[in-house]
Write a protein that binds this ligand. Structure first.
Ligand SMILES: NC(=O)c1ccc[n+]([C@@H]2O[C@H](COP(=O)([O-])OP(=O)(O)OC[C@H]3O[C@@H](n4cnc5c(N)ncnc54)[C@H](O)[C@@H]3O)[C@@H](O)[C@H]2O)c1
Length: 303
């Protein structure tokens, strides 16, 4: 999708961090922006910030797990801003702690927001985009944690791996409709993620098996990972480029290359050392179609 000017973007988790960076980057391209979030005060200040820069911005109070509220939100945005052509499913929560210690409540909450929220976004907007027949683009925010893990946050990693699968499947299925799909897999980005997760986790859920990422008494700004993290605006600009190029994967950190290579090598090394059975190849022909990946591999890397 090349021409973004005058079109409408709907972004979840837009009150801060990556979502707000996406909002600024897409507004800079002349898009009108619907910012959806569950933290009302942060959302209002995000909308004010965009409006102060001359952007057309609408705040939408939306909990992404609330299925009924999605249709209402989509209808309102269509009425007030126009039909949505770019959807960024970005709202998320993060948990850190040994996978086996995550409580049932941690699993339900994390998968509900991260994966369930994206499913609700797709179920709401994909049919609308198809019906309108004017193309469009969907960006799903996963993470580098959707591509590999070294342990320590199984809930989060499980949700993010699932989002990569969702985006890849959706891309194949929406391509015939002229709708692009990208999965954003950033490394560290400056954001409110750990604070917002605590703020939005319903008290009623009770016990959690997660641990604070930043030790008590340490300022987030003083941690090396935060100091070297990208800004949300920078990630937003990379997403604009990814939409224009219709990239399947939008990655931000070249430092992850050795881990991606090691994971791919581990998978290939795990294939049984046996001859390929041509009858099985013929029988599963459609299931062995690699064109989704081959097209991306043939592209020049983004600059
Ligand atoms: N910050 C990073 O280093 C990083 C890296 C990779 C991926 N991500 C992903 O980026 C996305 C955005 O996170 P961020 O880091 O910008 O943090 P953030 O806290 O700044 O933004 C997340 C937003 O999601 C909102 N949100 C949470 N639950 C919601 C719900 N149920 N309904 C509606 N909104 C809800 C929060 O209120 C918050 O505004 C997340 O999916 C996160 O997993 C972040």
């Amino acid at each position: 999708m090349d021409d973004l000017r005058g079109k409408v973007a709907f972004i979840t988790g837009a009150a801060s961090g990556i979502g707000l960076g996406l909002a600024h980057a897409l507004a800079a391209e002349g898009m009108r922006i619907a910012l959806a979030d569950v933290r009302r005060d942060a959302l209002q200040s995000a909308v004010r910030g965009l409006a102060a820069q001359g952007a057309s911005a609408l705040g939408v109070d939306l909990n992404v797990v609330d299925r009924a509220a999605w249709a209402t939100a989509a209808d309102r945005v269509a009425r007030e801003l126009g039909p949505v052509q770019v959807l960024c499913s970005n709202a998320g929560v993060n948990f850190v702690g040994p996978t086996q210690d995550a409580t049932f409540e941690d699993w339900d909450f994390c998968l509900g927001v991260n994966l369930g929220g994206a499913i609700n976004a797709v179920r709401t907007f994909a049919p609308r985009l198809i019906e309108r027949g004017a193309g469009g683009h969907i960006v799903i925010t996963a993470s580098v944690s959707g591509l590999y893990t070294s342990g320590g946050s199984g809930c989060y990693v499980t949700s993010k791996f699932a989002l990569v699968g969702l985006a890849e499947s959706l891309r194949a299925d929406l391509a015939p409709h002229g709708i692009g799909v990208s999965v954003l897999c950033p490394g560290p980005v400056k954001s409110d993620l750990f604070e917002s997760t605590v703020a939005v986790r319903p008290q009623a859920l009770g016990a959690t098996g997660s641990v604070p990422v930043i030790p008590p008494g340490v300022r987030r700004e003083d941690t090396p990972i935060f100091a070297t993290a990208l800004s949300g605006e920078e990630v937003g600009r990379r997403v604009v480029r990814g939409i224009r190029r219709n990239d399947l994967y939008i990655l931000t950190h070249p430092e992850i290359r050795p881990v991606l290579e090691a994971r791919a090598a581990a998978l290939l090394a795990s294939l049984p050392d046996e001859p390929v059975d041509p009858r099985r190849v013929a029988a599963t022909e459609g299931l062995l179609d690699a064109s989704l990946y081959a097209r991306e591999a043939a592209k020049a890397p983004p600059r």
